[in-house]
Design a protein around this ligand. Structure first.
Ligand SMILES: Nc1ncnc2c1ncn2[C@@H]1O[C@H](COP(=O)(O)OP(=O)(O)O)[C@@H](O)[C@H]1O
Ligand SMILES: [Mg+2]
Length: 322
């Protein structure tokens, strides 16, 4: 038997989901592989099929076709084992606002059979108290543990939900748009905390997002649209893979510059500069061939946003990008 750690922790092959009322599949032959300990983002516009995919992977929704393995278990025959080994944060928060943060955790822990229920924090087993304090500290809500959740900001509520989802030491944590509706500072802070969880607990994390800037922070990004995987890779590799990298050059001796660049893909631009693509080569190799002094030298490094817009299209991405 191979050790479960040696396998990918999430393996999806040809996943299909067809909702009864609609003719177009919401998920249309999706393939995903995530290794243990990775932090990956499923990036795609609204309606791309992210929530549907996540619901299937967490055994909350039935699939139409394909195979899914999570944490070493097969979804078709071992859905119960999958549920026991994952944590989930759905798009809509599900906390009891009238209770304190700790009470929310205590009820959850007893409901899921992690710890027996006692009517006060101090009566709970030491293991529970230590775990709650450690997780709360890790997520930055240590001080507010005994305050009512209704006083919490959106970011704090999200963090509390993460603490709650980690109490049974899941191997994989799934989060559906966890930063939606949060301000940029809270978003960044939540990501930092998820990174700490990944590091200290060794948890594999898969989250969905439609924020492109945010996906830059993931180890790997899966770009999806219309229920299909458009491409995947590290943020760096996606930029190189999809968007153009080029140099912008000019020289007093334009003629010689053009002769030096013979054989390279050169495009004159409206602003008068020469755009020279260096796909497959290094900019250094290109510059080494030049014999004239340059008056302009700029390097264009694409952003993930350019790569994403190239793939998904401006309209789908919100139409606001310039
Ligand atoms: N319960 C449902 N019944 C019918 N169609 C649905 C249902 N849920 C989602 N869909 C459709 O499936 C597609 C994917 O939706 P969803 O998975 O929610 O995408 P995302 O989370 O990326 O925004 C959309 O076209 C959506 O309208
Ligand atoms: Mg969604």
């Amino acid at each position: 038997m191979p050790r479960p750690e040696a396998e990918p922790v999430i393996e999806v092959r040809g996943l299909v989901k067809r909702y009864r009322e609609s003719d177009r599949p919401a998920v249309d032959g999706l393939d995903l592989t995530v290794r243990a300990g990775e932090f990956v983002a499923l990036l795609g516009p609204n309606g791309a099929g992210k929530t549907t995919t996540l619901s299937i992977l967490t055994a909350a929704l039935t699939k139409t076709g394909g195979t899914v393995r999570v944490a070493g278990f097969d979804l078709d025959t071992q859905a119960r084992e999958i549920r026991a080994n994952i944590g989930i944060l759905f798009q809509n928060p599900s906390l009891d606002l009238r209770l304190t943060a700790e009470e929310n955790l205590r009820f959850h822990a007893s409901l899921y059979g992690i710890y027996g229920y006692r009517p006060a924090f101090r009566l709970m087993p030491r293991a529970y108290r230590e775990q709650v304090r450690a997780l709360a500290r890790l997520l930055g809500i240590g001080d507010q543990l005994f305050e009512r959740v209704e006083k919490f900001s959106g970011g704090m509520r999200r963090k509390l939900e993460i603490v709650r989802s980690l109490m049974h030491h899941p191997r994989v944590l799934f989060l559906d748009e966890p930063t939606q509706g949060l301000d940029p500072v809270s978003r960044q802070s939540l990501w930092d905390h998820l990174r700490s969880v990944q590091r200290t607990e060794g948890t594999t994390i898969l989250l969905t997002t439609h924020y492109i800037e945010e996906a830059e922070g993931a180890d790997r990004v899966f770009i999806v649209d219309h229920g299909r995987l458009l491409t995947q890779g590290t943020p760096e590799s996606l930029k190189v893979q999809i968007a153009d990298r080029y140099l912008l050059l000019d020289a007093a001796d334009r003629g010689q510059l053009l002769r030096d660049l013979a054989g390279s893909p050169v495009t004159p631009r409206e602003d008068g500069l020469l755009q020279v693509a260096f796909d497959g080569a290094t900019p250094q190799a290109l510059l080494a061939r030049l014999t004239v002094p340059l008056t302009v030298l700029r390097i264009h490094v694409p952003s993930l946003e350019e790569a994403y817009l190239e793939l998904v299209g401006r309209e789908a991405a919100g139409g606001e990008a310039s």
